[in-house]
Design a protein around this ligand. Structure first.
Ligand SMILES: Nc1ncnc2c1ncn2[C@@H]1O[C@H](COP(=O)(O)OP(=O)(O)O)[C@@H](O)[C@H]1O
Ligand SMILES: [Mg+2]
Length: 154
C-alpha cells in the first residue's frame, strides 16, 4: 500500500489518518504542514484527529475568523491556521507569530495559498479531494517519503 495516496471512506478514517500522523516520530521534525482542499474536503477533520491523538480533549474548529488557534502541549505548540478569509498575506503580520516558527512548534495551515509569500515553505503538504462518498489524501513535499513510510508501519 502506498499511503502517500490513501482512501478515507468516512470522517472517522480522516481522523484516524490525523492520529497516525501524530504518532509518527517524524512529527517532531515537522514544522509546517499545509492542508489543501476545497471547503468541506476534511482538512479540519484531519487536524482534529491529529490534535486529539496528541492529547487535546476539547473541541477543534476551523479558526475561520480568528485565523489562528494555538494548542499547547508539553514542550510543543501547535498553531492551527485557517487563512480562508485572508485577502492580503500582509494581514498575517499582525498575528505576531512569525517568530513562533521553528523548533518546538508545528504549523498546520488550511488555505495556505492565501498566505503565499508570507508563510514559510511547507515540509509536508496534505491534499484532500472528494472520491465518491469519501476522500482521497495525498502527501507530498520534502517529508512525505519518511512520514508516509512511518504511517504505514503504525
Ligand atoms: N473521508 C471522509 N469521507 C466523508 N466525509 C468526510 C471525510 N472526512 C471528513 N468528512 C466530513 O466532511 C465535512 C467537512 O469537513 P471539514 O474537516 O470541516 O472540512 P474542511 O476543513 O476541509 O472545510 C465534515 O462533515 C466531515 O465530517
Ligand atoms: Mg476547515
Amino acid at each position: 500500500m502506498n499511503v502517500r495516496d490513501i482512501f478515507l471512506a468516512d470522517a472517522a478514517a480522516t481522523e484516524r489518518a490525523g492520529a497516525a500522523l501524530a504518532g509518527c516520530a517524524g512529527l517532531r521534525e515537522l514544522r509546517h504542514l499545509h492542508l489543501h482542499g476545497d471547503l468541506g474536503a476534511g482538512k479540519t477533520t484531519l487536524v482534529r484527529g491529529l490534535l486529539r491523538a496528541l492529547g487535546h480533549q476539547g473541541t477543534v474548529r476551523s479558526p475561520t475568523y480568528t485565523l489562528l488557534e494555538p494548542y499547547e502541549f508539553p514542550g510543543f505548540t501547535v498553531l492551527h491556521f485557517d487563512l480562508y478569509r485572508v485577502a492580503d498575506p500582509d494581514e498575517l503580520e499582525y498575528l505576531g507569530v512569525r517568530e513562533q516558527s521553528g523548533e518546538g512548534s508545528l504549523w498546520l495551515v488550511e488555505w495556505p495559498d492565501r498566505g503565499a509569500g508570507w508563510l514559510p515553505a511547507p515540509d509536508l503538504v496534505a491534499t484532500l479531494v472528494p472520491d465518491g462518498d469519501g476522500r482521497r489524501l495525498r502527501l507530498t513535499g520534502p517529508r512525505a517519503e519518511t512520514i508516509s513510510r512511518e504511517m504505514m508501519d503504525l
